[in-house]
Design a protein around this ligand. Structure first.
Ligand code: BGC
Length: 742
């Protein structure tokens, strides 16, 4: 057993062929080992909400047959918890399970932004908002890595659809990249230092993520300080040599020696510096050093404790969307009818590479029966069909008529959302909607419980439900959690991490998803999710951040204080109802008048607080100046523009309770002047205007306000070519040089 490693000595002892072999995997799930030098081969495996360790070394591509592991709620559910503490605890549990199975790196979390609810893999992603996704993922990564197991932050970057995912080029402008698609990664890299980052399959503005030096080195390492490994998504490398040079250290899975040979040949031909190979190998050895204490451990974990954690998690992730006449929680004693096949055959996780074999599985029906006793059941519909089955319908109606309350379990069949393809629409299957209509007609006390990995539109049917509890994909203990929530043993505290639209046609990327001819244009720019609905003042089904509780919360005494490095936001939150509950305090920043277009409000901080009835808590949150800034492509940096900002605190993006206005004092940032800057831009900067005047340029027009209005928009380079302007092209170049030397 190896307990330590002298990386420089190992590097010196390795042959070029051995080094090249370390740059790709051995098989599907292992890194390459070098026996003669005692370099171990370690296992990396999926995934974000539970371990998917393939049992059979010979069936490694298969999506079945992994060892049993706790199936926690998937990311769309975890995102709705808004609870960093919970994510940390789940991370610890995942780390424990990985360690017990000798897995060195867990391939998750996935933190791509939910650009469209159609993305087939949204169940594996946290939010449409980068602050929420970044904070939650950082906590999960810290939890996993606290157990001596590495995380793999994925899919870096701009992997927001499954259609053509291995080739499509996401065409995104720089500001949108910086403000929407990259900051969650940045936050996790800076806060949690993931041991590995997994590059995505797709191209970004024409360049494969796997071979983009700006992405993998300039941004990730030089700007954000990533000090771990960069691993490819499985099969994401198009050109191994270009990828290595760009900063892609480890290619997965093995290519059977093909890419090793390409690396050796490129070094031999002088096309690749051996130092680049050494750099990747050093990083791989660095990863092994980090995993050493865990590699040989034979720890076990407590499956019951993890199941209990999964149940708590599912409780805290469910979002109570509506609750007319406080129909929930159900009062004890009334006869319950449970309708819907999902109550007996729950949909609790997604499909594809993250699919886990659970250690056990609770069903809502069993959990309700054991908690509430006399509960009737009717399947109501078949899961994998959209046709209404008359017999199942009649059975459900008979049951519904006799019950005090109907609990109707609806959802998306697994076949409609998965890794590998996108959804075609946002609707529940038609047979389920007709069932709801008919059941509600015979028993208006109908409560809908939903299981789906991504948003479904509810506008056509929600009116028939007195309450809607969105459980997402709640993991193996979801059944018990749902019973707890419906019966009031637990109080819902989830909040939407993604907007529920009224119609697919309302979604921001509707006209540009999933693209065509190998390109997808991110035409909505910054206006993703609630940023779009708010900017276009569009009605939504349920807004970002929304979620009800069995209690109520009051907000008071908002105070915003300027500190050296940003702002302190303090607010008092009180539980004004009769039962204990959790509130998610959300802080939104608005810059109502700015030189550039900005979303009407953006989430910048949040905190989940637990309060007994009558209790109050002073909640403190911090904002940095960056939280008030926008990315300026012209300056290549974040810009804080002085002026009035609104800092709003509330219970959702559309339920802002208190707002403080704040005058921010920031020196205006002058654009860098070049020969193509306009005359007006030159005159707007005192030093440049003085230089221009001293040079005698302008032939007298510099003081002619009327004329300046007309020619102020002309680039200086064009003016310099006009006769009689008193400035030549050469003079202009000297002026530009003079300015930059100041
Ligand atoms: C997925 C990754 C996953 C990998 C290994 C890829 O197809 O995109 O998320 O970690 O396979 O299973």
């Amino acid at each position: 057993m190896i307990t330590s490693m002298d990386v420089p000595a190992l590097l010196a002892a390795l042959t070029l062929a051995e080094k090249a072999s370390l740059c790709s995997g051995s098989g599907y799930w292992h890194t390459q080992g070098i026996e003669r030098l005692g370099i171990p081969s370690v296992m990396v495996t999926d995934g974000p909400h539970g371990l998917r360790k393939q049992r059979d070394r010979h069936n490694q591509l298969g999506l079945r047959g992994s060892v049993p592991a706790t199936c926690f709620p998937t990311a769309s559910a975890l995102g709705s918890s808004w609870d960093t503490g919970l994510l940390h605890r789940i991370g610890v549990a995942l780390g424990e399970e990985a360690r017990a199975e000798d897995v060195a790196v867990l391939l998750g979390p996935g933190i791509n932004i939910k650009r469209s609810p159609l993305c087939g893999r949204n169940f594996e992603y946290l939010s449409e908002d980068p602050v929420l996704a970044g904070e939650l993922a950082a906590a999960l990564v810290q939890g996993i890595q606290s157990q001596g197991v590495g995380a793999s932050l994925k899919h870096f970057a701009v992997n927001n659809q499954e259609t053509d995912r291995l080739r499509v080029s996401a065409e995104v402008d720089e500001r949108t990249l910086r403000e929407i698609y990259l900051p969650a990664f940045e936050r996790v890299v800076e806060k949690a230092r993931p041991w590995t980052v997994m590059c995505s399959y797709n191209r970004i503005n024409g360049t494969y993520a796997s071979q983009d030096p700006w992405l993998l080195t300039g941004l990730l390492r030089d700007e954000w300080g990533h000090d771990g490994l960069v691993v490819s998504d499985w099969g994401a490398v198009d050109d191994r040599v270009a990828a290595l040079a760009a900063g892609l250290d480890l290619e997965m899975p093995s290519t059977g020696g093909l890419s090793d040979a390409q690396i050796v040949a490129a070094v031999g031909a002088g096309e690749l510096d051996e130092a680049v190979v050494d750099r990747a190998v050093t990083r791989l050895l660095g990863l092994l050093v980090r995993t050493l204490p865990g590699v040989e451990s034979r720890d076990s974990y407590d499956p019951d404790a993890h199941h209990a954690l999964a149940r708590t998690a599912a409780q805290d992730c469910a979002v109570l969307l509506k609750n007319e006449d406080a129909i929930l929680p159900l009062r004890p004693g009334g006869r319950l009818a449970v309708v819907g096949e999902f109550a007996r055959t729950p949909r609790y996780q997604g499909a594809g590479s993250s699919k886990v074999v659970p250690t056990r599985l609770d069903t809502p029906l069993d959990a309700l029966r054991s908690a509430a006793g006399d509960v009737g059941f009717a399947a109501g519909f078949g899961i994998d069909t959209t046709d209404a089955d008359a017999e199942l319908l009649q059975e459900a109606l008979v049951l519904a008529r006799e019950a005090e309350t109907v609990l109707l379990f609806l959802g998306l069949p697994a076949s409609t959302e998965s890794e590998g393809f996108d959804r075609e629409h946002l609707d529940l299957p038609g047979n389920q909607i007709s069932l709801l209509r008919e059941v509600a007609a015979v028993n208006p006390r109908t409560v809908v419980v939903l299981a789906n990995g991504s948003a479904v539109v509810m506008a056509g049917w929600e009116v028939h439900a007195r309450a809607v509890l969105e459980c997402w994909l709640p993991g193996q203990a979801g059944g018990g959690a749902v019973a707890d929530l419906l019966l009031g043993a637990a109080n819902p505290s989830g909040r939407l991490a993604e907007t529920i639209p009224l119609r697919l046609e309302d979604t921001p990327s509707y006209l540009n998803f999933p693209g065509e001819d190998g390109q997808v244009r991110y035409g909505e720019g910054l206006f993703v999710g609630y940023r779009f609905y708010d900017a276009t003042r569009r009605e939504v089904g349920f807004p970002f951040g929304h979620g009800l509780s069995y209690t109520t919360f009051g907000y008071s005494d908002l105070a915003v204080t300027v500190l050296g490095d940003g702002l302190a936001v303090e607010v008092t939150v009180a539980n004004t109802g009769a039962v204990a509950g959790k509130e998610v305090v959300q802080v939104y920043v608005a810059d109502p008048s700015c030189a550039v277009a900005r979303p009407p409000r953006e989430l910048k901080a949040f905190a989940k607080v637990s309060l007994e009835p009558g209790a109050a808590q002073r909640v403190s949150l911090r904002l940095t100046w960056r939280d008030l800034s926008y990315w300026s492509p012209r300056h290549g940096r974040w810009v804080l523009e002085g002026g009035l900002f609104d800092i709003a605190v509330g219970a959702s993006s559309r339920d802002l309770r208190l707002t403080a206005s704040l005058e921010v004092d920031a020196a205006p940032l002058a654009p860098p002047l070049t020969r193509t800057s306009t005359l007006a831009e030159w005159l707007a900067q005192p030093a440049a205007a003085a230089l221009l005047r001293e040079s005698g340029a302008g032939g007298g027009i510099l003081d002619d306000a009327e004329l300046l209005k007309v020619i102020g928009s002309l680039p200086m380079s064009r003016l310099a070519m006009f006769p009689g302007m008193g400035i030549s092209t050469q003079d202009l170049d000297e002026l530009v040089a003079g300015l930059s030397s100041r």
